[in-house]
Design a protein around this ligand. Structure first.
Ligand SMILES: Nc1ncnc2c1ncn2[C@@H]1O[C@H](COP(=O)(O)OP(=O)(O)O)[C@@H](O)[C@H]1O
Ligand SMILES: O=P(O)(O)O[C@H]1O[C@H](CO)[C@@H](O[C@H]2O[C@H](CO)[C@@H](O)[C@H](O)[C@H]2O)[C@H](O)[C@H]1O
Length: 465
C-alpha cells in the first residue's frame, strides 16, 4: 500500500477498464496472488494499458496494470484508498473454447468489448507465444520493454504451458526449456527477483538459473520489472515435495538437508562477493529489532490466536537488542529473503538450485533489498523442515530436528559459519518468520494455521529452542 503507483493513466484505457470493472471485482479477490484478501475492493484505476492484439480479430489481447482501491482496514464502507497495482493479461474472445474454461473472467456487457468473453490469457498458448516472441526479438510495445541477455539464445517455436500450481505470481513453461514468471503485484523500483539472479550470474554461481530475458516498463519516470524468463530445470522436484515424499515413507532426509545447507552457503558467499555488505552495530540493530517487534504487534492484532504468545515471543527480539548493547556486531548482506523448501529445486542429477528471489512479497521493496544477516534465510529453511514434519501424519519423531542439524552442518561445511553458533539471532529470525507465517496462513490457507502456531508455542515457551 505504501508503494502506490501515482503516474498518469493512459488516455486509451478508461472505457476498457470501466467495462471490465464488475468482472474484476468478482474475479480478482479469488486469485491466489491477490494480496488484498479480506478487504473489500471499492474501485479500480488504470495505470497503463497496452493493446497486444487488436480486439477486431478472433482474439483480442490486453496487457493492463491496474491499481485496486481498497480500504486500509477490513471494514465494509470504510474510506477507499488506492492500493496495490496488479499486472493482468486479458484475452477477449467471442466464445471461450472449453479448454480455457478455468481461465474465464466473465462476459462483458458494455464498452469496447461488449459481447466478448474475457479471460486470463496466460493460460492460452497464443498470447503466451506472443510474450516469448517479444522477449526473443527484444520488442518494444507501447511502454513495455522486452529485453534479453545477448549471450543467451531463445529458440523460436517452443510450446507454452501454464503452471497451474499455487503461486504468488504466474508462470508459463516453454518447451521445458524456459520458464517465464509474470509478477502480479507490481511495485516501482529494482526488483530483487531479477537483480539478484543477474548478480549471481555475473559471479558464475551455478546454484541459481541465470535470467535469459525480462520484461520491464518505465512509468512516470519509475522503472518496473514485470517478468523474468529463466532456464527451466528439467525434471526437477522441489524440496517441499521431496521432503514430504520421504516423510511419508518414514525416511531420513538429512543428506538432502545437508546438501541444501551447502547450496545456501554457496549462494550467500556469491551474493556477498557480488553486492555490498554492511556491519550491523547497535545503531543499525535497533531498527531491525523494532521491525520484528512491530511485525509481531501487527500480527497479534490481525490474528487473535497469536496474542497469548506475544510476551514470550518478544523476549527473543529483546535478547538480540541486549547483545547489541553489549557490543555484539553482525555482518549484513543481500540474501534470498523468503527461503523455504519450495524455493529449492533438485535436478535429476541431484544438484540443488535456489529460485524466487523476490523476498517476502508483502514487505516493501526497499526493505526487501536491504542487506540482512544470512541467518534470516537459514531460519526460513529451519522453519520449512518444521513445516514439513507437521504436514504429514503420522509424523516421524525427530525428523525436523535431524534435518535442521544437517542443514546447519552443510551450511558450515561450505564456509558459511555454523548458524548454531549464533542461537540468539537465529531464534529471533525463526520467531519473526513464524509470526509472518501465522499471518500468511490466516490470510491464504487458514487450515494450515496450526502449523506455524505449533512453532509459536515452542518459541514462546522455551527460549532455548
Ligand atoms: N528455473 C526453474 N526450473 C524449473 N521449475 C521452476 C523454475 N523456476 C520456477 N519453477 C517452478 O515454478 C514454481 C513457481 O516459481 P516461483 O519463482 O517460486 O514463483 P512465485 O514467486 O510465484 O512463488 C516453483 O515452485 C517451481 O515449481
Ligand atoms: O509462494 P511464495 O514462495 O512466495 O511463498 C509464500 O507461500 C509459501 C507457501 O506456498 C509460504 O511458505 C510456508 O509454507 C511452505 C509449505 O507450503 C513451507 O515450506 C514454508 O516454510 C512456509 O513458510 C511462504 O512463507 C510465503 O511467503
Amino acid at each position: 500500500m505504501s508503494e502506490a503507483v501515482t503516474h498518469p493513466v493512459r488516455a486509451a484505457g478508461p472505457g476498457l477498464l470501466a467495462s471490465l470493472e464488475p468482472l474484476l471485482r468478482e474475479w480478482l479477490p479469488r486469485q491466489r496472488w491477490f494480496a488484498g484478501k479480506g478487504r473489500p475492493v471499492t474501485g479500480f484505476s488504470l495505470v497503463a494499458a497496452t493493446e497486444l492484439m487488436p480486439p477486431g480479430g478472433r482474439l483480442g489481447l490486453y496487457h493492463l496494470l491496474v491499481q485496486v482501491h481498497q480500504p486500509l482496514v477490513p471494514v465494509q464502507g470504510a474510506v477507499s484508498a488506492p492500493g496495490d497495482c496488479y499486472q493482468l493479461l486479458i484475452g477477449a474472445r467471442e466464445a471461450l473454447p472449453p479448454r480455457l474454461a478455468p481461465a474465464l473472467i466473465g462476459h462483458v456487457t458494455e464498452g469496447p468489448l461488449a459481447g466478448r468473453t474475457v479471460y486470463e490469457a496466460l493460460y492460452d498458448p497464443r498470447p503466451a507465444d506472443l510474450l516469448l516472441e517479444a522477449l526473443r526479438s527484444q520488442a518494444r510495445i507501447g511502454g513495455l520493454r522486452f529485453e534479453r541477455d545477448p549471450g543467451q539464445e531463445i529458440r523460436p517455436g517452443l510450446v507454452a504451458r501454464a503452471v497451474t500450481a499455487e503461486q504468488s505470481n504466474s508462470s508459463v513453461i516453454y518447451g521445458d526449456t524456459f520458464i517465464l514468471k509474470l509478477l502480479r503485484r507490481i511495485v516501482p523500483g529494482v526488483n530483487p527477483d531479477l537483480e539478484l539472479p543477474l548478480a549471481l550470474a555475473r559471479e558464475a554461481c551455478p546454484r541459481v538459473p541465470a535470467p535469459t530475458a525480462w520484461l520491464r516498463a518505465e512509468l512516470g519516470g519509475e522503472p518496473y520489472v514485470l517478468g523474468v524468463l529463466q532456464p527451466f530445470v528439467q525434471g526437477a522436484a522441489d524440496g517441499w515435495e521431496l521432503a514430504l515424499r520421504e516423510l511419508a515413507k518414514g525416511e531420513d532426509f538429512s543428506a538432502e538437508a545437508r546438501a541444501l545447507g551447502r547450496a545456501t552457503a554457496e549462494v550467500h558467499t556469491a551474493l556477498a562477493r557480488a553486492l555490498p555488505t554492511v556491519t550491523l552495530g547497535p545503531a543499525q540493530l535497533q531498527p531491525l529489532v523494532d521491525g520484528m517487534v512491530q511485525r509481531l504487534d501487527a500480527a497479534a492484532q490481525a490474528v487473535p490466536a497469536l496474542r497469548p504468545f506475544a510476551p514470550g515471543l518478544r523476549t527473543a527480539f529483546e535478547a538480540v537488542a541486549q547483545l547489541g548493547v553489549e557490543g555484539r556486531i553482525w555482518t549484513a548482506q543481500r540474501i534470498h529473503g523468503d527461503l523455504h523448501l519450495g524455493q529449492c529445486l533438485r535436478s535429476p542429477a541431484g544438484q540443488w538450485t535456489l529460485i524466487d528471489f523476490e523476498g517476502e512479497p508483502a514487505r516493501p521493496l526497499a526493505e526487501r533489498r536491504m542487506p540482512q544477516p544470512v541467518l534470516r534465510d537459514v531460519a526460513g529453511m529451519l522453519r520449512s523442515f518444521d513445516y514439513a514434519a507437521h504436514s504429514v501424519r503420522p509424523g516421524v519423531p525427530g525428523w525436523a530436528e535431524t534435518c535442521r542439524a544437517a542443514y546447519c552442518s552443510g551450511y558450515a561445511e561450505a564456509g558459511g559459519g555454523d548458524p548454531r553458533h549464533d542461537p540468539v539471532l537465529l531464534r529471533a529470525y525463526e520467531t519473526d518468520k513464524a509470526v509472518y507465517e501465522v499471518v500468511y496462513e490466516a490470510r491464504h490457507r487458514p487450515d494450515w494455521l496450526p502449523v506455524p502456531l505449533s512453532a509459536i508455542h515452542r518459541l514462546a515457551s522455551n527460549p532455548s529452542t
